[in-house]
Ligand binder design. Sequence first.
Ligand code: MN
Length: 133
Amino acid sequence: MPITLSIVEDNEQLRNTLARELNRADGFKCLSHYGTSEDTLKDIPKVRPEIVLMDINLPGISGIEALNILREDPSTAHIPVLALSANAMTRDIEKCLEAGFFSYLTKPIKIREFMESLDTAFEFAQEHVRRSN
Ligand code: MN
């Protein structure tokens, strides 16, 4: 069973690149991708990915606000959400981790680091499945 993910990124080129890399890598499947938080929040409770990759700077609802909304919904509260951001300032990274992001990836995305973060998030997601069974 591949690990399922959804991507939220308003840069269409990056979004498509990440989806392609995930689908090409062994063991991962990109279930859906979105350019806005609004579309994401409508769809994620139905799609139920195991991991979400979320850009911080999005038009409309920001990635941090979207994370808070996912956390308030019992059907999505447990999903590890990885932040993607071009901002590498320590304060901004800390702010995201305090908000509850599982980890923080700085753009440009380094594929190896990206895949390692996904493995860690997947272990966390599996642990949740074990605990709830
Ligand atoms: Mn963006």
